[in-house]
Design a protein around this ligand. Sequence first.
Ligand code: BYC
Ligand code: FE
Ligand code: FE
Length: 472
Amino acid sequence: MSLYDKIPNNVDLSRDERLKRALEKWQPSFVNWWMDMGPEGYQNDDIYLRTAISVDAEGWATYDHVKMPDYRWGIFLAEEKGDRSIGFGDDATRPSFNEVPGEYRNVLRRLIVTQGDTEPASVEQQRRLGHTCPSLYDLRNLFQVNVEEGRHLWAMVYLLHAYFGRDGREEADEMLARRSGSADKPRILQAFNQPIDDWMSFFCFTHFVDRDGKYQLAALAESGFAPMRRTCRFMLTEEAHHLFVGETGIGRVARRTAQLMKQDPNGDARAQGGIPLDIVQRYFNFWFSYGLDLFGSEISSNASDAFGAGLKGRFREMDKYTDHAITNDMMELDVIRDGRVVKEAVPMRNALNEVLRDEYARDCERALNGWNRILAEEGCSQRLRLPDRKFHRHIGSYAGQWFDPEGRHILDEREWEAVKKAALPSEEDYAYVRSLMVPVTQPGAFANWISPPQKGINGQSIDFPYVKFVRS
Ligand code: BYC
Ligand code: FE
Ligand code: FE
C-alpha cells in the first residue's frame, strides 16, 4: 500500500514509472476540473469524510474532517485470493486475463469509457446543491458522494491509462472535457445530462441512478478481465452509501410529508410546507424511467458480445447461476411489432440488458414497499408506485412509443401530451420544490420538508458538526 505517494494506490504504481508519470500528468487536470465543476462554494470547509486508505476492513473507511481538495483520491483494487478462471461466456474455463486480448479491446474500452463518464457527470449535476442543504448531515452526505464519484473516475482512468496506451490517455482527457447537459459535448448517457437542481431530485438520482451503478458495477465485478473485476468490487463497497443516501432520503421525505398531512386540517402537506405525494410520484415517474433506460436496449448484440467475451456477466453470475454459457436459453420479451405490443422469444444472451434491468426493477420495488410502510406507520392511506416499465422510455423497444404509467399503449399524440403533463414533474412542481430549498446549517436542525435520519454517520450524533465552515 502506497498511501503517502502523490497518488495513493495499491497497484504498485511506483514500480511502473511510465504509467505513474502519465497519471501524474492527468492529476492536475483532474484537480482543475474538480475546482471548476465540483461542489461550488465549499472547497475551503472542513467536511467529515470517509476516505479509503486501504482495501481491508479497517482501512477502507477512515473518518476525519478534511477539506475536499485534500481528499486522497486513490487507485484501489480489491484483493483476490488465488487464480481465477473467466467464469462465463465462450471461454469460461480459461484463466482470467490480466492484459486486454486484442479482439476484445474495443468492447472493453467502450464499457470502461461509458462507466467512467457517469462519475464526473454526476458531480457536475450536483454541484450547486450545497447552497440549499436541508441539514449539515445531508450536506456532508452530498460531499461524500461527490468525492467518491471523483474516485470512481480515477478507477476507470487508471484502467484506461494502464491498459489502453495512447487511446486510453485520450479517452481519459475526454472524461474531463465532456460536460453534463452541454449542447456540444454532453455526457454519454441521458440520465447524466438531466439537471439536479433540488434535493428531491438528488435523492431520486442517488436512489434510481446510482442504483443502476450498483447493478452495472456488479455485472462488471464478475469480469474475466481481472483489473476491471477488482476495481469494480471495491467501488461497490463505496456505492452502498450512495444508495443509502437516496433510499433513506426519500423515506425521510415520505415520513415528513405524512406527518404534515396529519397536522393539516385538510390533509394538505403543501399547506404545511411539505412536498406533496403527487409531486414525489411525478419525480419517481421521471427518474425511474431514466434509470431503466440506462440498461440499454432489451435486445442487444453489445450485451451478447460482452457476455460471450467474458467481460460483463449477470448480477451475481458466479453465486446465482450454474449454467454460465447460456447458449440455448431463450427469454420472452414484450416488443413492438406493427405498432402493437407482442411477446417475442429472444436468445438469452441478447436479452441480458433486460435480465439486469429485472434485477434493478425488483430492487426498486423492495425500496418502494419500505417507503409505503413508512406512510402506513404515519397513518397515511395514500401509496407511492413505480410507473410501468414501458412509460417514458428513450432507449430500447419502447422508445418512440407512448405508454401511460399503468402501461397502457397510447396511440393518439394529444392523449399522450395530456398523460405526460399529468405524470411528469411540471415547471410549477420544480418551482415549488425549489421554493422549499432554504439552507439549514445549524448542527442538528433540519428543513421542515424532511424528517431527521434515524442515526448519524459513523456512530456520531445527529447534531454532530458534520461540516465546519471556515470563514475566509
Ligand atoms: N443513453 O445495445 P444498446 C453509475 C446507446 S451508472 C444514451 O442499447 P448496450 C453512476 C449505446 O451506447 C452505471 N445512449 O446498449 C450512477 C449504443 O450506442 P452506439 C454506468 C444509450 O451497449 C450515478 C446504442 O445506444 N455504467 O455508475 O447493450 C452516479 C445501442 O446500444 C443509452 C455502465 O453503463 C442511454 N441510456 O448497453 C455516478 C456500464 N443506452 O455505440 C455513477 C457500462 C444505450 O451504438 N456500459 N445507449 O452508438 C454498458 O454496459 C452499456 O454501454 C450500456 C448500454 C448498458 C449503457
Ligand atoms: Fe460511482
Ligand atoms: Fe455512486
